[in-house]
Design a protein around this ligand. Sequence first.
Ligand code: NAD
Ligand code: UPG
Length: 293
Amino acid sequence: MVKKMCCIGAGYVGGPTMAVMALKCPDIEVVVVDVSGPRIDAWNGDHLPIFEPGLDEVVKARRGKNLFFAADVERHVADADIVFVSVNTPTKTRGLGAGKAADLAYWESAARMIAGASRSGNKVVVEKSTVPVRTAEAVEKILVHNAHGVEFQVLSNPEFMAEGTAVADLLRPDRVLIGGRDAAAVQTLKDVYLRWVPVERIITTNLWSAELSKLAANAFLAQRVSSVNAISALCEATGADVTEVARVVGEDPRIGGRFLDAGVGFGGSCLQKDTLSLVYACECGGLPEAAGY
Ligand SMILES: NC(=O)c1ccc[n+]([C@@H]2O[C@H](COP(=O)([O-])OP(=O)(O)OC[C@H]3O[C@@H](n4cnc5c(N)ncnc54)[C@H](O)[C@@H]3O)[C@@H](O)[C@H]2O)c1
Ligand SMILES: O=c1ccn([C@@H]2O[C@H](COP(=O)(O)OP(=O)(O)O[C@H]3O[C@H](CO)[C@@H](O)[C@H](O)[C@H]3O)[C@@H](O)[C@H]2O)c(=O)[nH]1
């Protein structure tokens, strides 16, 4: 029976995700923690640190009841049955893989802190951040080597929300993905989502498939934007209209019409870094053709 959930990282993902969980699970205490005091103050204030349609209402409905934002990270991690880790995983700027690989320094420090703060019983640790495939292996090693009589189960539960539609995406996700090898831990997290997500939208996989699926989904999205932008350049050179071409192409149900708006190229916080991370994984795996593609 889950009584308390804690999320490390009160960022773009951690804040809205846990606010929606608190809304849908009023009997569970939900605490979002962060090393940044000003960020926590903002979540506790009148002006939330991010703007997303509907977010103010959700936060204000549950804050102080079963939703809390706090800076005393260790205390809340120690008490929680489920710990989500939603720290940033930017592209590395130095060292091996600089410019492509994901920087897992924040994740590793969070894992060491979870192991150090936890004292007894079982704890489910959930990868919410987008991480390279097989990160859970390294996380498990850190947890096991630093554990004090606690059994940890690691799950991968990547987030698919997009900025601008975060609350709508979280309230009605097209899919929730849970990867893990411990069936009981998978079921524990699944039961949380089942409070508001239809069972057919909850996909369970092995750990590595879940980690990789998130990166693969973003690479496919990035490819669509790059494809339509390449066609757009050809349209300009030939007198065709890219909106008309995209509509025709998208009417094929095998392709679909969404995510086919031509523009200046893809931006946002994820598509570029996650595609680079996938390319780096292919290179490290001795798959240069896949990396080049
Ligand atoms: N932003 C998006 O739209 C989006 C969507 C899906 C997935 N993701 C992924 O989710 C993850 C988080 O992204 P984000 O946009 O929320 O990042 P963010 O930068 O907005 O927030 C991360 C937070 O983690 C905190 N943090 C870092 N290390 C910490 C530690 N050891 N202890 C406590 N707090 C710590 C930071 O202070 C920061 O507030 C990334 O892996 C990202 O790729 C992002
Ligand atoms: O038809 C389109 C759609 C998007 N874009 C551009 O693509 C980028 C990304 O847009 P969007 O996907 O809406 O926002 P993100 O918040 O970056 O969300 C993506 O990245 C998140 C982080 O991993 C994932 O969770 C989401 O599913 C995925 O859509 C932006 O620069 C858009 O302008 C286009 O140019 N044409």
